[in-house]
Design a protein around this ligand. Structure first.
Ligand code: BES
Ligand code: MN
Ligand code: ZN
Length: 498
């Protein structure tokens, strides 16, 4: 998709779909007012009839509005002016994205970026808007026999503003687009079924991304993991015929001596539960259990195309969790790379078992901080639903950064406690720890387990079990938390980059 920012007013524009925003109450301003003037008050007259709902995100499509040279005018409600905030803005841009993604028009001019949420700025608005429009065009048809050849929807978008265009505004548009492209990669990997998206496929994707964007990518094999003593990770791979892969990616945007941010993504390409087999209902959704890994790949794509001046390492432990004849059995004790022993009381708590060895491996990069991303616990979906990712960390400043990046990007997280009192729940009679903490506080005890492997550095854990995909009719990967992670990394390097 092509995006260009232009300064101007909408009335003389010729485009397939012109998008203007209006607040509830009928008093027009900005682009809508200019258009209404050119149309001799026709727009205001139509709105006065009440066809457009006042709720933010409601839309009304007008055809051949007199006074405008555009085929269509899409009027988008911004809600009540005194309630205009992040949510109303998101509702308005998402509705716009949906409308322009499906119509016959191939070009559009969108005049929304001058309606700025109090406390935000034009750059913020443009980045969010561009991301929403580009992301709205996402389709997945890789596994359909008939491809959607007559694809409808816009490919050329003009972002119209009445103001002078600054360099920062251009940067914002490029960032919004890069984040949407990163999300698209994360969604593709998540949506691809587990008979295609194997650990080997994830490794090949990382290698291809490396070629495209000049990243250093290394793939460790089972023997390498054995030599490193990754007994915990390997115990999960034992029941599967697919070889496990341990993917290490390096993006170098700063001086070699600058400590990197390390991202670790859970890459379970299918989670049957292992011998502690999951129930059958909705088990297909466990193909999404590699969405943490996908978000690392998507974030790398975004930051490489933005060209962030920062060093970032991505680590992806990848394997299936299957109940084969060689599979780990409940009660088995394994030794992790850290030397700590683990009694595997439930083979379905496998995410933490692969992450712990990856987190120990991360120490060698002398990280500025480590963030792991994992579809780790059903308990997190119960606690936070599909709105917020769970955040647990050993560093309060890092918590603040991630929470703020979540708010700014609209890809939000919420913090849960990681107090030592919870550690007692992981007690084992036969090893240094068990891999489950019982019925209560499942998201917290999972993070407590990981915390035993992250003492050497500042670390945060994002539980994205609720946010990485949606179920039901719209089943599919969401591309989250690529926006949060990219915003976080952007925030880590000031605004020096282009
Ligand atoms: N991948 C699942 C977590 C999950 C479950 C994500 C449902 C989204 C929806 C993870 O490997 C898992 O099975 N966790 C168990 C842990 C339990 C055995 C302690 C869970 O949450 O039930
Ligand atoms: Mn599991
Ligand atoms: Zn899992």
């Amino acid at each position: 998709m092509e995006f260009t920012i232009k300064t101007g007013t909408p009335e003389k524009l010729q485009t397939g779909t012109l998008v203007v925003g209006v607040f509830a109450g009928g008093k027009l301003d900005g682009a809508a007012l200019a258009l209404d003037n050119a149309a001799n008050g026709k727009l205001a007259a139509i709105l006065a009839r009440g066809d457009l709902d006042e709720k933010a995100g409601a839309t009304l499509m007008l055809h051949d509005l007199k006074g405008s040279a555009c085929e269509r005018v899409l009027v988008v409600s911004l809600g009540k002016q005194d309630e205009f905030g992040d949510k109303a803005w998101r509702d308005a841009i998402n509705a716009t994205a949906k409308a322009v993604a499906s119509g016959p028009a191939t070009d559009a001019a969108i005049c929304l970026a001058d309606s700025i949420v109090p406390g935000r700025d034009a750059e913020w608005a443009l980045q969010q808007l561009t991301r929403a429009i580009a992301d709205g065009a996402y389709r997945f048809d890789a596994t359909k026999s008939k491809k959607d050849e007559k694809r409808r929807g816009v490919t050329d978008v003009v972002l119209l503003t009445a103001n002078r265009i600054s360099a920062g505004m251009e940067v914002a548009v490029r960032r919004g687009q890069a984040i949407a492209e990163g999300m698209a990669l994360a969604k593709d990997l998540g949506n691809l079924p587990a008979n295609f998206c194997t650990p080997t496929y994830l490794a090949e994707t990382a290698l291809a991304l490396g070629k495209q964007h000049k990243l250093k990518v290394e793939v460790l094999e089972r023997e390498d993991m054995e030599k490193l003593g990754m007994g915990s990770l390997l115990s999960v791979a034992r029941g599967s015929h697919q070889p496990p892969k341990f993917i290490v990616m390096r993006y170098k945007g700063a001086k070699s001596k600058d400590r990197p941010v390390v991202l670790v993504g859970k890459g379970i390409t299918f989670d049957t539960g292992g011998i502690s087999l999951k129930p059958g209902a909705e088990m297909d959704e466990m193909k999404f259990d590699m969405c943490g890994a996908a978000s690392v790949l998507g974030t790398f794509k975004a930051i490489a195309s933005i060209g962030l001046p920062l060093n970032v390492v991505g680590i992806i432990p990848a394997t299936e969790n299957m109940p084969g004849g060689g599979a780990t059995k409940p009660g088995d004790v394994v030794t992790s790379m850290s030397g700590q022993t683990i009694e595997i009381l439930n083979t379905d708590a496998e995410g933490r078992l692969i992450l712990c060895d990856a987190l120990t491996y991360a120490e060698r990069f002398n990280p500025a901080c480590v963030v792991d991303i994992a579809t780790l616990t059903g308990a997190c979906v119960v606690a936070l639903g599909k709105i917020a990712s769970g955040l647990l960390t050993n560093d309060d400043a890092l918590a603040r950064e991630l929470l703020d990046s979540g708010t700014a990007s609209g890809d939000r997280a919420w913090q849960l406690p990681l107090w030592d009192e919870y550690q007692e729940l992981l007690k084992s009679n036969f090893a240094d720890m068990g891999n489950i903490g019982g019925r209560f506080a499942g998201t917290i005890t999972a993070a407590c387990f990981l915390a035993r492997f992250t003492k050497a550095y500042k670390w945060a854990h994002l539980d994205v079990a609720g946010t990485a995909w949606v179920s039901g009719d719209a089943k599919g990967a969401t591309g989250r938390p690529v926006p949060l992670l990219t915003e976080f990394l952007i925030g880590r390097c000031g605004s020096a980059e282009a």
